[in-house]
Design a protein around this ligand. Structure first.
Ligand SMILES: Nc1ncnc2c1ncn2[C@@H]1O[C@H](COP(=O)(O)OP(=O)(O)O)[C@@H](O)[C@H]1O
Length: 166
């Protein structure tokens, strides 16, 4: 039987990498950081100068990721969820962080004021939560707080239990 795949999403700074790293350690599932995967496989087609980030070459990226997801047992990490085919994921977890906390995390990361504002607004407007709810069945989507280290422990424990039941 092929194992399912999980997607961890949310605004930059909410704790995706932190959660995924701990999940990999706890479960032995593989992590796929989609942004990094795109870079490593040459699927960045141009640079968004204003945002200082790459624009994804989506079709070839999805073709490559299709092969990866077929094997199952992957934890995908990406800010959004709508780019992927719905059938890829049996669990989509959206991490959420309070505005003030997120602001401080992004400031620490050295983001420009404009980039912090853009991301904090995205979080306030619940853009990525709405995107997940629009693109996946209600029973697949979990929206969880990621404000404290205790939250991380809780998220990792809940997802680890889910994985262990597969
Ligand atoms: N729930 C949390 N509690 C405390 N610190 C957190 C939490 N989530 C993330 N952080 C911290 O915020 C920063 C950004 O986390 P990261 O996992 O890189 O976010 P993302 O991958 O979503 O951009 C890191 O320094 C991390 O330690």
């Amino acid at each position: 039987m092929v194992l399912p795949n999980i997607l961890i999403c949310g605004t930059p700074g909410v704790g995706k990498s932190t959660v995924v790293e701990q999940l990999v350690e706890a479960t032995g599932w593989k992590s796929i950081n989609v942004g990094q995967f795109a870079k490593d496989h040459g699927h960045i087609c141009e640079q968004d100068e204003e945002r200082n980030c790459g624009i994804l070459d989506e079709d070839p990226l999805l073709d490559d990721l299709e092969e990866v997801q077929k094997n199952g047992g992957n934890i995908f990490e990406f800010h959004g969820s709508e780019m992927f085919p719905e059938r890829w994921f049996s669990l989509v977890v959206v991490l959420k962080t309070d505005n003030k906390i997120l602001y401080e995390r992004l400031e620490k990361r050295g983001y420009t004021d404009a980039k912090i504002q853009e991301n904090v607004s995205c979080e306030i407007m619940q853009v990525l939560e709405a995107e997940a709810r629009q693109n996946y069945k209600p029973e697949v989507v979990e929206v969880v707080d990621s404000n404290t280290i205790e939250d991380i422990d809780n998220i990792v424990s809940v997802i680890t239990n889910w994985i262990n039941q597969q």
